[in-house]
Every structure is written in C-alpha cells, then in structure tokens.
Write a protein that binds this ligand. Sequence first.
Ligand SMILES: [Zn+2]
Ligand SMILES: [Zn+2]
Length: 265
Amino acid sequence: MNENTSFFTGALDLYIGSILKYFFFAGIPFLIFYVFFPNSFKNNKIQEGHHSKKSDFIREVYFSNQSLIISLFMTAPLLFTPVVKYTAFTFSFTHLKYVSVWWSPLILLVVFILHDTYFYWVHVLFHKPFFLKHFHIVHHKSHNPTSLSSLSFSYTEAIFQMFFNIIIVFLVPLDETIIIIFGIVAFICNSYGHLGYEIMPLGFRKSFLFPILVTSTHHNLHHSKTHYNFGLYFRFWDRLMKTEYPKYEELYDKIQARRMAKITS
Ligand SMILES: [Zn+2]
Ligand SMILES: [Zn+2]
C-alpha cells in the first residue's frame, strides 16, 4: 500500500488483513482450546464448570466482525484519501514523519500506554449504568469469554473504541511497521485476555512483569465480577484507581498451583 492506493483497494486490503488477524489469533486458539483439545487444558481453565454455549460463540463472532467493519469505516477514510497528508502517518516501513526511525520502539511503547489509558477510561465510562445497560452489555453477555469475544462490542461501543485509531494517527508519528506490529500484538493480548484459560509460564509470577501486565485471569475476572479490572494491557490504572479485584493474585496463584500439581503428578 502507498499514498496512491485507491480507497477501495486499500479498504479491501485492510478488511482482509483484519479478518486474517481474527482467524489466526482468535479463531485458531478457539479451535485448539475449545474444539480439539479442551481436556488437555482442563487445569488451565479459569472458570471451572462454567461452559459457554454455541449461541455465545455465534454472538461473539457476529459482534467481533461488526467491530472490524466499523474499524474499517473509521480508518480507511484517513489512510486512503488526501486526508492522510494531514496525519502523522506515512506509508513506509522504514521512515517516520518528524523523527528518526530509531524512535520506533519508544513510539510503539507510547502507543500501547496511550491505548491502555484510553481503553481504561472509555471502559470505566461504559460501566456507568446507562452505557452498561444499552451498549456494553453486549461484551458482558460473555460471562466466561473465549478468544472469539475479543472484539464483541455493540456498534456504539465499537465506534468509541476505534476512535483511538483516529486520535493516534494525528498525534503520533507512525509508519506501516509500527501499525502492523501494534495491530498484531494488541490483538494477541486481547485474544489471550479472553481465552478463558491461563497459559502464562509458571515463572511469570516471580518476574518483574507480573505487577505490570494484565493476564487472562485478570481480564476473565472482569467478565465474572463485572466492576473490577478495567485495564487492557497494564495493571497501572486499576491499581492506581483501586479497581483491581482484591483477590486477583490469590486466584491467579490457585490456578497456577492446580497446573503445577498436574505437571508434577
Ligand atoms: Zn466491561
Ligand atoms: Zn472483555
């Protein structure tokens, strides 16, 4: 793709890319954990004895794909029309507007921090009674989520969520490398957060990353307890705003102890 790519070609490429991303990072984990090998991961299951139904899976796929289409309608007009000249985005894999390409790793980190912050506060807003009842309820119909529910949002909420894309292309210098890496890593984190199974290596608990990063158990608690754990990638905001579920670490340790007992038996 480049600045001469037509609107329809660019939009079609974006759509195919996002469907592939959904298939690889949400569909394949779903097939592995829920269709082919659920018994192999029995000890990793976060909510034991609570099973989603086929109708839940269909709803999760339907709304996730609706969110992908909304994202397309919000992103394509920025990238494949003359508007792109006024953004901080450039069609290049090795060149950024305004700064050297060596800033890319730092920019990527900043994008994740900004996205986490944006997501946290929009999420808190969508837990206000009016927003929860009319919009966010779609996401919370998945009491025991699967990777398929990663983008399962009502269209109103999807517009709010995807608005981040618009903000970021005007605010932060980005090229295709940063956008592709961000898109893939963000999707993997989201899919893992909704997996319903804790698959973090046992050593993660003692690493310096444990107090920083959200785990699948962390976000699963958001679905089972509703008004805790609003963060997307990081625990910062939940800890700062005291919205983290008080027994999160206890539950995480319980699941890991169950896994450990299985490994050593
Ligand atoms: Zn929520
Ligand atoms: Zn969720």
